[in-house]
Design a protein around this ligand. Structure first.
Ligand SMILES: Cc1cc2nc3c(=O)[nH]c(=O)nc-3n(C[C@H](O)[C@H](O)[C@H](O)COP(=O)(O)O)c2cc1C
Length: 187
């Protein structure tokens, strides 16, 4: 081996940074939201988006009960709200009130859409796959909401205007620097 050495499997933060999203859900008594760094697009047609949620999270059973969730993407300047919903449980407090989470007035939405988001996917839960201590919830995106000023004509995030919230692990957040995107198509 060159500069790589064997390491323990503790603190597996090596794969970060990852976009820190906020997953929101309608609750029986009140809505809830949690921070989610483990998420991914899964399919374009049909449009599927996956989030990995540990069974011990309060949100877990709310998502199963509601059969729906939303994935909200917030800018770096709202990282304190992401940390707030990621370090507290909806079992103990109303996070929407505690962290001033305002929602779009969409009575028919399957899950709360956050006004702080520059993009949000409203998802209907279509599959649940146990995966170690997390469950992969597969959502079919039924509606996508965008702040168009955050994107260019090809729906690519305009990182010179909008700084995404990136999570590093260990409660650390960062964002993109002022490096103009390079379009690389390979040889
Ligand atoms: C930046 C960040 C990312 C997180 N990502 C995930 C995740 O992908 N999946 C998960 O189950 N929990 C994740 N968590 C932990 C939950 O957000 C946290 O335990 C939260 O308090 C759960 O809230 P709830 O009990 O109201 O559902 C993350 C926490 C932070 C701070």
């Amino acid at each position: 081996m060159s500069k790589l050495t064997f390491n323990t499997l503790d603190n597996l933060n090596h794969f970060y940074p990852a976009v820190a999203a906020v997953v929101s859900v309608r609750g029986g008594e009140r809505p809830n939201a949690l921070a989610c760094a483990w998420h991914s697009a899964l399919s374009f047609r049909p449009p599927l988006y996956g989030v990995l949620i540990a069974e011990k999270r309060f949100s877990h059973h709310l998502i199963v009960e509601a059969g729906a969730f939303a994935v909200n993407f917030l800018p770096f300047e709202k990282a304190e709200k992401i940390a707030g919903v990621g370090r507290n449980s909806g079992r103990d407090l109303d996070k929407f009130a505690a962290f001033d989470l305002q929602t779009e007035a969409l009575p028919d939405a399957l899950a709360p859409i956050l006004q702080d988001a520059y993009a949000a996917y409203e998802c209907r839960l279509v599959e649940r796959h146990p995966c170690g201590d997390h469950d992969l919830f597969v959502g079919e995106i039924v509606r996508a909401y965008l702040d168009e000023s955050a994107f260019d004509a090809e729906s690519v995030l305009a990182v010179e205007r909008l700084h995404p919230a990136l999570y590093l692990g260990a409660d650390l957040y960062t964002t993109t620097v002022e490096a103009p995107p390079r379009r690389l198509r390979g040889k």
